[in-house]
Design a protein around this ligand. Structure first.
Ligand SMILES: [Zn+2]
Length: 436
């Protein structure tokens, strides 16, 4: 039978249709995945009032700009602008009396140089992922090699799969027999773009094995007393995605689709203070906490694994490598209020900072994020490990370089790997010695 639409129904349908088109248009305005960002300029903005922040956000969202973390728009923020928009953006900021600084005149060129240096490093050091930035499958292949060279003490376990089906793997080093010792668990690349974190983890794995074999008494003691578990890439979908092009280089989240956006922030997705300060319920935000705690297969797998070794972990330590800024962060991250064991956490954290200073002279600030120049962030892995699993010693180091608000801090040259590796290796040994 034929159906005639009433006028109000027709208007309603046109309205719905136009909403769909609007969303498609917004989707289409996103920066293309293969855009190499040559001559794109990085602006560092200092915005002093919320009204200006809203105006800037509106302007930026309507264009093909790249924003690191729009959560911070309103204070200081980096925005990457295509060459044809630079003059217009400067005029807009001038009118609004927003102060800015141009941090990089050719983001694509800078990233291309970093990519070439990475290739050279890979070639010079025989594709060893403790010397260059390797994708997840390359790291796993390298770890398989370590396991076969160190059979009986090294093993590689699968703890699940990512949303896109990549392996989630943990390397275990169980020296001196047995596997029931207290555990030092170190992970990296919960955040996709933080490449120096897994590279530093790989460096430490290699150094521990070498020093153990060489009979270094300090390392022998630390490895005989503890089992060491390493998860180099917690978020392999996001991490591998950042290798695709310059425009994907600064991806932070997982890659699970949510309506018209992708990914949740895995370090806001843990089941402690879920949805609290420093998180967003907007799927297109860089700090989207996800629809519920452990909605991401990656955080679910990691939390299940850690729960399984809970008793060993309570006698040991959890360390989650992030970049960048040079902080040795203590929990809780969701608040600036001091915990009851503040003095003890600072004592151990300060040992890390002192060890780093002794190696390289670099300054790492120690404390809860909101008390040392960062911000409150709920739903993070280290808070969950401490307050849900009862693991006293839980840290989040933010590796090199020192914070300057730029995006390029996430994309250092491969030459920084040994510098970071050396200082963080000493820091990790120092904190473990403090709890023995
Ligand atoms: Zn991070």
């Amino acid at each position: 039978s034929q159906q005639t639409l009433s006028i109000p129904t027709l208007i309603m349908r046109l309205f719905v249709l136009s909403l769909c088109c609007l969303q498609l248009a917004l989707l289409a305005s996103a920066v293309k995945e293969d855009e190499e960002l040559f001559d794109w300029q990085e602006f560092h903005l200092t915005i002093e009032n919320p009204q200006a922040a809203a105006t800037v956000r509106h302007y930026v969202n309507a264009r093909d700009f790249l924003v690191a973390n729009e959560n911070h728009l309103g204070y200081t923020e980096s925005v990457v602008v295509p060459p044809q928009e630079v003059i217009g953006f400067m005029a807009f900021l001038g009118n609004l009396q927003v102060k800015y600084e141009i941090l990089e005149k050719d983001v694509g060129g800078m990233l291309l140089r970093a990519r070439l240096e990475n290739k050279l490093s890979a070639r010079a050091f025989n594709n060893d992922p403790s010397t260059y930035f390797a994708q997840s499958s390359e790291i796993y292949t390298w770890m398989e090699g370590l396991v076969s060279q160190n059979s009986g003490v090294a093993s590689l376990v699968s703890i699940g799969r990512s949303y896109e089906g990549r392996n989630l793997r943990v390397l275990r080093l169980n020296m001196n027999g047995g596997s029931n010792k207290p555990v030092i668990f170190i992970d990296a690349a919960i955040h996709a773009r933080e490449w120096l974190a897994p590279a530093t983890l790989n460096y430490i794995v290699k150094q521990l094995i070498n020093d153990y074999k060489a009979g270094n008494s300090e390392v022998r003691t630390l490895m005989n007393k503890f089992d060491w578990h390493f998860m180099p890439v917690v978020n392999p979908d996001g991490y591998d995605y950042t290798f695709r092009s310059s425009s994907t280089r600064y991806w932070r989240k997982t890659r699970k689709p949510y309506r018209f956006a992708y990914g949740a922030d895995p370090n806001r997705n843990f089941d402690f203070m879920f949805g609290g300060p420093g998180t967003s319920n907007n799927p297109s935000s860089d700090i989207y906490h996800g629809p519920n705690a452990f909605s991401e297969p990656e955080t679910k797998a990691l939390s299940d694994y850690l729960t399984g070794i809970r008793n060993q972990l309570q006698q040991g330590m959890y360390i989650s490598f992030h970049t960048y800024g040079q902080w040795w962060l203590t929990p809780p991250g969701y608040t600036r209020s001091l915990p009851s064991d503040h003095t003890e956490m600072m004592r151990v954290g300060n040992a890390a900072a002192a060890a780093i200073r002794a190696v390289s002279g670099q300054n790492f600030r120690v404390g809860q994020p909101a008390n040392v120049g960062l911000y409150e962030a709920a739903g993070g892995s280290y808070d969950w490990v401490k307050y849900r699993l009862g693991v006293k010693y839980s840290f989040t180091p933010e590796l090199r370089p020192y914070y300057n608000g730029s995006l390029s801090g996430f994309s250092p040259s491969a030459r920084e790997i040994p510098n970071s590796g050396k200082e963080i290796y000493q820091a990790v040994k120092a904190v473990v010695k403090e709890i023995m």
